[in-house]
Ligand binder design. Structure first.
Ligand code: NAD
Ligand code: UFG
Length: 337
């Protein structure tokens, strides 16, 4: 059974490829490498002892995609390809709309033509905007605060509309909370270009001595210690949620759109993450208090009971393990891939 993984060379996609190969699937990756290196895929092959097919192309390239669907019989597509930096999306909205929305549109059209109608899409908790209550259920109001988030929400709408028009599609919209950590081997992990925007890679780079100190964005939020609270989820748990979704979609007798949060259901503050990382790495993580970051919310964590019921999936790893694995990756690969 062959799966097309878009964005498979990236952080989450490479972990998904590894998990798919280990679960016995064949894997074809399409990735433009705009934010990744093919080295991640070489390492996935080494770790699993299995090979995958790699195609370096943009998903907006209709001819290449069509050729892939002609040459391979896919049972499903896992769609990770997309640009994901919130701040950058505010600066370059058209690039984000072009890349994320137009690219997805071409992919869905080619899938429809090829009759491959099983899709797992990387959505995000960002579609909830500033949540009205916690934990966040899938039924919560949606609304976005930046172009990146808008692309995720709009792609969800596109897929829901597609299902209305053709109810044979089997679609999982997986809304990720905050993916962190790395494969236990320390061979694949998150490799941001330039200084990281996100907390966990920033902390890792401070611990390894690449950056001097962490800026803690705001200590006056109405949270346990005044710093922002998020639902951090181990990337391996996250990709196992995709395999679970693939199994459920494949077993459906008729089409459906399943929308599910992938989170742990727990919230950790910035300072709790710093402490957990210091414990795991045995390295100091110096920090300084900085003003709030524009657009940040105080708290966000998932009600993940629907994924438990519907996908028979639960996150297994806690924060200590997320930090240990992130640290192993960082210290083995101080310069990334
Ligand atoms: P990533 O940047 O590491 O991976 C994305 C991959 O897609 C990269 O390899 C990039 O080169 C590729 N890509 C981007 N645009 C492409 C295009 N048009 N054609 C072909 N390849 C393209 O990011 P990630 O953290 O692995 O995220 C994967 C997906 O999950 C993204 O869609 C992201 O928006 C979503 N997501 C991520 C997070 C997070 O915090 N990491 C949270 C929620 C949702
Ligand atoms: N933070 C700092 N210092 C930093 C970076 C972050 O204090 O250098 C704080 C933030 O203020 C926030 C928390 O750490 O309180 C987490 O911030 P991240 O940037 O790691 O994560 P966000 O929750 O802001 O956003 C991430 C992704 C979004 C995605 C969202 C939900 O960047 O794309 O998770 O999935 F939508």
């Amino acid at each position: 059974m062959k799966v097309l993984v878009t964005g498979g060379a990236g952080y989450i996609g490479s972990h998904a490829c590894l998990e798919l190969l280990e679960a016995g699937y064949e894997v074809v990756v399409i990735d433009s490498l705009v934010n990744s290196s093919v080295e991640s895929l070489r390492r996935v092959e080494r770790l699993t002892g299995k090979s995958l097919t790699f195609c370096k192309a943009d998903i907006a390239n209709r001819d290449t995609l069509t050729e892939l669907f002609t040459n391979h019989k896919f049972v499903a597509v896992m769609h990770f390809a997309g640009l994901k930096a919130v701040g950058e999306s505010v600066q370059q909205p058209l690039r984000y709309y072009q890349n994320n929305i137009s690219g997805s549109l071409v992919l869905f059209e080619v899938m429809q033509k090829a009759g491959v109608k099983t899709l797992i899409f990387s959505s995000s908790a960002t579609v909830y905007g500033a949540p009205e209550s916690l934990p966040i259920k899938e039924s919560a109001a949606v609304g976005t605060t930046n172009p990146y988030g808008s692309t995720k929400l709009f792609i969800e709408y596109m897929l829901k509309d597609l299902f209305v028009a053709d109810d044979s599609w089997r679609i999982a919209l997986l809304r990720y909370f905050n993916p962190v950590g790395a494969h236990v081997s320390g061979q694949i992990g998150e490799d941001p270009n330039g200084p990281p925007n996100n907390l966990m890679p920033y902390i890792s780079q401070v611990a390894v001595g690449k950056l001097n100190k962490l800026n803690v964005y705001g200590t006056d939020y109405p949270t346990q210690d005044g710093t922002g609270v998020r639902d951090y989820i181990h990337v391996v748990d996250l990709v196992r949620g995709h395999i679970a979704a693939l199994r459920v979609l494949s077993a459906l007798e008729e089409g459906e759109v399943i929308t599910a949060n992938l989170g742990t259901g727990n919230g950790q503050s910035v300072l709790e993450m710093v402490e957990a990382f210091e414990l795991a790495s045995k390295k100091p993580v110096p920090y300084e208090v900085a003003p709030r970051r524009e657009g940040d919310i105080a708290e966000c964590w998932a009600d993940s009971s629907y994924a438990a019921d519907r996908l028979d999936w639960r996150a297994e790893y806690g924060v200590a393990r997320m930090c240990e694995d992130a640290w192993r990756w960082q210290k083995n690969n101080p310069k990334g891939y």
